[in-house]
Every structure is written in structure tokens, then in C-alpha cells.
Design a protein around this ligand. Structure first.
Ligand code: IMP
Ligand code: MG
Length: 190
């Protein structure tokens, strides 16, 4: 498995792309925007494990209408080099979303394949509304058109870690978003 192979390689942290204060300010703005948009409603936030947990934890505290939340874990089928777009549910929701104003919380929109699958899957469960909040988006990598209502930052086509995002489960606890420099020939994106 490629992941074991990575352990012997020396990836290195590159420049900080988005520092902690910039993230904090932007998450605050998104929270205020969501608060205004959901006035009189109780958004049901669904955070996608594990990458979105850090963003979700800060975002919910920046929202000042009542919320409820749930979690879902997914993994994409496919090789290390190319995602097939087929997604497997590792942990499903605890509660039904029927009739709820669902706000999906993602860490990063890359090819868009994961979000496309999640969108179709959630729509089939009859929420009253469905919207998407993502901390990061890499528009240049998109393979399928997906809509995100709340986007923290657009980032260039670089592999990034921190603030929930990992490489081989590492770096999720960095308080900023940082570029990860991989040895030549190593492809981190699924
Ligand atoms: P998509 O289906 O290609 O949009 O993939 C989205 C998923 O790939 C995210 O939820 C991340 O787990 C992972 N991913 C994509 N780009 C990065 C990155 O730059 N750093 C860390 N994880 C990434
Ligand atoms: Mg990941």
C-alpha cells in the first residue's frame, strides 16, 4: 500500500499559505453570513470526517442561530493516482436529515467528485434544503461542476496540510494551512 511507503519519505513543510489569524477572520465572516442566511432556521451541519472537524468546530462557534450537527466519514475508491469518483461511506449519519436545512461542511474541494457523490446521496434523503460550506477550494483541479455556497479560500493546485487537512494522517493539528513539499514523483492527491 502506497501509504506505508510514504512513511519512509521525507516530505517537508513548505510556506504557510494561510495563517491562523487570516483563517480565524474568514471563519468569523462565514459564520456571520450563515447566521444571516439561516435566520429563523436551525441549520443541521454535517461535517465530513476527518478533515473538516477543525473547521467545523470553529465554524459552529461563529454561528449565532441554533444548530444541530452530525458526522459522516467517506473514503473514495480508486488508485493512489486517480480517484474513481466512487465513494464509500465508512460512517453514516446518526440521524435522518429529512425536512432539515442541511449544511454540509467540507475541508477542501479538489476534483469535486466526493462532494458530487455526497450531494446526490443527501438529496435522496429529502432534506428541506442543502448547502455546502468548504474551507478551501482548488478550482483548477475540478473534474465535475459542484456548487459551494460558502468558500473560505481558493487555493492554487498545491498539496496543503493543516487546520484539519492531512498527509498520511499527519499535520491535522497545525493551526495554519501550509504547503507540503513532497519528494519528486510522489503524488499525494487521490
Ligand atoms: P475530491 O473528491 O477530489 O474533491 O477530494 C476531496 C478530498 O481529497 C478532501 O476531502 C481531502 O481529504 C482530499 N484532498 C484534496 N486535496 C487535498 C490537499 O491539498 N491536502 C489534503 N487533502 C486533500
Ligand atoms: Mg485526507
Amino acid at each position: 500500500m502506497a501509504v506505508d511507503w510514504y512513511r519512509h519519505l521525507n516530505e517537508a513543510l513548505g510556506p504557510i499559505l494561510i495563517d491562523a489569524e487570516t483563517i480565524r477572520n474568514r471563519v468569523g465572516e462565514l459564520g456571520r453570513q450563515i447566521t444571516a442566511d439561516y435566520r429563523g432556521k436551525t441549520p443541521h451541519l454535517i461535517a465530513i470526517l476527518k478533515g473538516a472537524t477543525v473547521f467545523h468546530a470553529d465554524l459552529v462557534r461563529a454561528i449565532s442561530v441554533g444548530v444541530s450537527f452530525d458526522f459522516m466519514a467517506v473514503a473514495s475508491y480508486g488508485s493512489a493516482v486517480k480517484s474513481s469518483g466512487e465513494v464509500r461511506i465508512l460512517k453514516d449519519l446518526d440521524e435522518s436529515v429529512e425536512g432539515k436545512d442541511v449544511l454540509l461542511v467540507e475541508d477542501i474541494l479538489d476534483t469535486g467528485l466526493t462532494l458530487h457523490y455526497l450531494w446526490e446521496n443527501l438529496v435522496s434523503r429529502s432534506p428541506r434544503s442543502l448547502a455546502v460550506a468548504t474551507l478551501l477550494s482548488k478550482p483548477s483541479r475540478r473534474q465535475i461542476a459542484v456548487n459551494a455556497d460558502y468558500v473560505g479560500f481558493d487555493v492554487p493546485d498545491k498539496f496543503v496540510v493543516g487546520y484539519g487537512l492531512d498527509f498520511d494522517q499527519r499535520y491535522r493539528n497545525l493551526p495554519y494551512i501550509c504547503e507540503l513539499i513532497l519528494p519528486p514523483g510522489i503524488i499525494a492527491n487521490p
